[in-house]
Design a protein around this ligand. Sequence first.
Ligand code: ISE
Length: 327
Amino acid sequence: MTIGVGVVGCGGMGSWHAHNIAAQAGLHVAAVADAFAAPAERLAGELGCEVLDAYALIGSEDVQAVLVASSDDSHAEYTTAAIAAGKPCFLEKPVAVTVDDARAVLDAEVATGQRLVRVGFMRELDPAHAQLADHVAGLGPITRVRCVHRNVDEAPRDADLLFAQSLIHDIHTIRWLTGEEFAQVTVHVVPRDDGFRDVLLVGHLTNGALGTVDFEDQAFAYEVHVEVTAVGGMAATLPHPRAIRRAHAEEAISVGTDWFARFEEAYRLEIEDWAHTLTGGEPAGPTLWDGFAAQVVARAGEVAMLSGSAAAVELPDKPALYGGTGP
Ligand code: ISE
C-alpha cells in the first residue's frame, strides 16, 4: 500500500513534483487540484488520478500527504488547511506572500506540536551545494558567503516578487550554510527604466559574518554559484557540468537558461527525501521556521532596496519545535 499524495497546483512546478512523486517508490499521486480545469485535467490524465477541488483533496481519505505548488498567494491557505487536517505537507517556497501570513502558518504548525511542513528550498539537495556544505564543515567559522544568482526571465518583476520568489533562495543558502540568522541588510541596485535587474544584497549576520547576493534578473543565462570563505580556507561550487563544443577555432560551453534543468536532480532528491519522512523517517529538510525566517529577510531586503537605507531583520524567538536559537 503506497502513500497517496494530493498535489495542489498543476503548473510547471506542481507538474514537475507530481511526476517525481509518481516515480518515487512508496508514493503515488492520488489526486490533483488547480484553480483552472485544463492543467489539472492534463496532469490527472498523465498520472491516471482524479481531479478534486483543493479543499476536497486536502480532506480526502485517499490523500495522506499534500504537496502545495499553487500560486504563491494561495500557499498559506492550503498549507494551513493541510496542517488543520494533520497531514504532512511539502510546500513550495515562498511560505506566503506577506510576512504576517507566513507567521500565521508557522503559528498553526507550532500549535500542533509537530513538524508537518517541509519547505521546498531544493538547493540543499543539489549535489554541488551538498558537497559545498560538507567541505565547509571542516574549515572553521565562516566569515563570508557570496552567492551569485542570474535569471533569464521574460518580464521585469516587482520588488516584492524579486525577493520572495528569487533572492529568497540565496537568503536560505546563507542561513543554511552559516547556521546564523541575518541581523541587517542593505541593498544596492543599478537604476534602470525597466525595473530591478541588477541587485547586490549585503547581509550582516548575527555573529558579524557577511552574506552577499550578487543578483541579476533577465541575464544572458541561468546561473547559481556560491563561494564560502572560512577562517581555515574557502570552498565554492563549480559551474554546472556541461559539454564543450569546439568549432571554427573556438571553444564554447552552453551555460543554459532553464532553472528546472539546472536543479532537476535536486527536485528529484527532495521528493525522495520527503518520501523517506512520509514512510516513517524523521522530518528532514528545510522547516517552516526556515521558510518564515527567509521571508522576513526577503521583506527586509525589499524595504532596504526601496528606501536606499539599511533595514533591520527582526525575528521572534525560534520556537522549541525547530530546536530553539539559531537556524
Ligand atoms: C524561481 O521561482 C525559482 O525557484 C528558481 O530556482 C530561481 O532561481 C528563480 O529565480 C525563481 O524565479
